[in-house]
Design a protein around this ligand. Sequence first.
Ligand code: CTP
Ligand code: MG
Length: 243
Amino acid sequence: SNIEIFDAVDGVKVTAIVLAAGKGSRMHSDIPKQFMTLGDYPVLYYSLKAFQDSPVDDIILVTGEDYVEYCRNDIVDRYNITKVRKIVTGGAERYYSVHNGLIAADGAKYVLIHDGARPCITQKIITDSIDAVKIYSACTVGVPVKDTIKIVDEDQMGVDTPDRSRLWQVQTPQSFNRELLLTCYDGLAHDKCQVITDDTMIVERYSSVRTKVIMGAYENLKITTPEDLKIASNFLKKDVDTK
Ligand code: CTP
Ligand code: MG
């Protein structure tokens, strides 16, 4: 069933779902990248703190079974992130982790789904996302690509070069009317073996709602490989220096 119309009433509950259940295989580190140290804190601390200081009503933290206690004691309690209402366990793929978070976010009209591996999220990104989701029901932050993108075949021979001016790199938070996204997950459940890398893809495939893409920030990178820690550390330092 396609859901087409969502109202945009103010004063409704907004929940952040912060994802920290990945294994970080591309980082090749002993501990998952979201728990590695960046400056004086674990990577995950920064986005939790950003949502703590933002207008969101509460936070659902999704992590691996083995890290629930660590997250509660060494991040949430230690740094007094009082908006964390629940810590729930994730799944083997990102979309399973999101689904568990979505179910736990009961009572929320809107959810902001954020990668715990993106520590440089800003207050502006959060408030712009909340404003946009109330209008569009589905919204992501992203940035225009700077490089030309080439589509290649299995021999790494160029096949096509899409028009760069229409290409955006997608980031998080991705913000949705919670009911809409839950309905789309029902569609996905009946239709396995799809390659799903983010939630806007799920909304594209299982509803007629179009996703609004708003400006994020080039600083809002995802920590994926070791050099990303150096880049993020510089961005976070710069923030401190300019305050
Ligand atoms: N994530 C999650 N559950 C999963 C997979 C990913 O909660 N099963 C989270 C990660 O913790 C991260 C975000 O989704 O905050 C983005 O995923 P990605 O960068 O792909 O992280 P990993 O899957 O951990 O890394 P890799 O793909 O290199 O293994
Ligand atoms: Mg991954």
